[in-house]
Design a protein around this ligand. Structure first.
Ligand SMILES: [Zn+2]
Length: 288
């Protein structure tokens, strides 16, 4: 048992990856395509900056505090309900004697980055012409996209993140990287991913995160079963099972990203900014 624990720790210590950079770019463009026409136009015309920023969290994921934001090893919680806040979650882990960084914080990264976007959008509502605020919203939306899309890679949500052996234990088969590369390697187009998706704002942000996470976890077995195709010498791009999984998760990721944008926009309407901030006076809009 102790040996298993050590193996688990070693395997999990290296977890965390992402849809490859072009994958995040394509998913983010698909998400922007499905936003309704009354969504702020600067966000749709700024899609290039959003897609660019959607890669950023992976550039810094080897910072100790950033790393656990990219995964969630749900099995370690043994079915316990996910608390609303990161701090309650910390207390839950402590009470169960589980190291927080072994489980990961991805659901909280999704919710918290969306709340931060809501604040940037609240500033936009107050100073709609301010160029720096618009820039801030675009970068912030990119960060939301990254974590939202990570939540739709089923292997980010399991201790079998890099494969499972015949003994039913985690095994380093390198399947994670192969799954991560699918959106990029299958060259999915944003318009194909986006077809007929109709995202809507939600009332409970954490509720939507938990629901999307359990939806993604239902596809862990489907992902692991692709291992036989994702090998050297196999024409995996022509395999129906590979294509089906990739488009299904890509659509889930794009729709969830857009859902979070709409939710942040809705939340921003009721955010009250402090009276001491006046972006117009402070920043002079670039004029002396
Ligand atoms: Zn990541």
């Amino acid at each position: 048992m102790k040996r298993l624990a050590i193996v688990l720790v070693l395997l999990m210590a290296t977890s965390a990856s992402a849809w490859w950079p072009r994958g995040h770019g394509v998913l983010t463009r698909a998400a922007i395509e499905i936003l309704p026409s009354d969504f702020p136009v600067f966000m749709t015309s700024g899609v290039g900056v959003i897609a660019h920023s959607a890669v950023d969290p992976d550039l810094r994921k080897w910072i100790a505090a950033e790393h656990p934001l990219h995964y969630f090893n749900a099995e370690l919680l043994e079915g316990k309900t996910l608390p609303e806040s990161r701090f309650e979650f910390g207390r839950l882990c402590a009470s169960e004697d589980i190291k927080l960084e072994r489980v990961g914080l991805l659901p909280y990264a999704v919710a918290e980055s969306t709340e931060q976007l809501a604040y940037a959008l609240a500033e936009y509502r107050k100073w709609p012409e301010h160029p720096y605020i618009q820039d801030k919203c675009l970068v912030s939306a990119g960060i939301v996209a990254h974590y939202a899309q990570e939540l739709c890679q089923p292997l980010n949500l399991t201790i079998f993140w890099n494969g499972r052996g015949e003994d039913g234990k985690p095994k380093n088969t390198r399947i994670h990287e192969n799954i991560d590369g699918l959106i990029q390697n299958l060259e999915l187009k944003p318009a194909i991913i986006a077809a007929d998706l109709k995202p809507e704002a939600v009332d409970s942000l954490m509720g939507a995160v938990v629901e999307t996470m359990s939806g993604s976890r239902k596809h862990i077995e489907q992902a692991l079963a692709l291992e036989k195709f994702l090998k050297k010498g196999v024409d995996y791009k022509s395999e129906e099972a590979v294509q089906e999984f990739t488009i299904q998760q890509a659509r889930a990721a794009a729709e969830f990203t857009a859902t979070l944008y709409l939710t942040a926009w809705k939340q921003s309407a009721s955010i009250k900014l402090p009276g001491w901030i006046d972006r117009g006076k402070m920043d002079h809009f670039g004029r002396p």
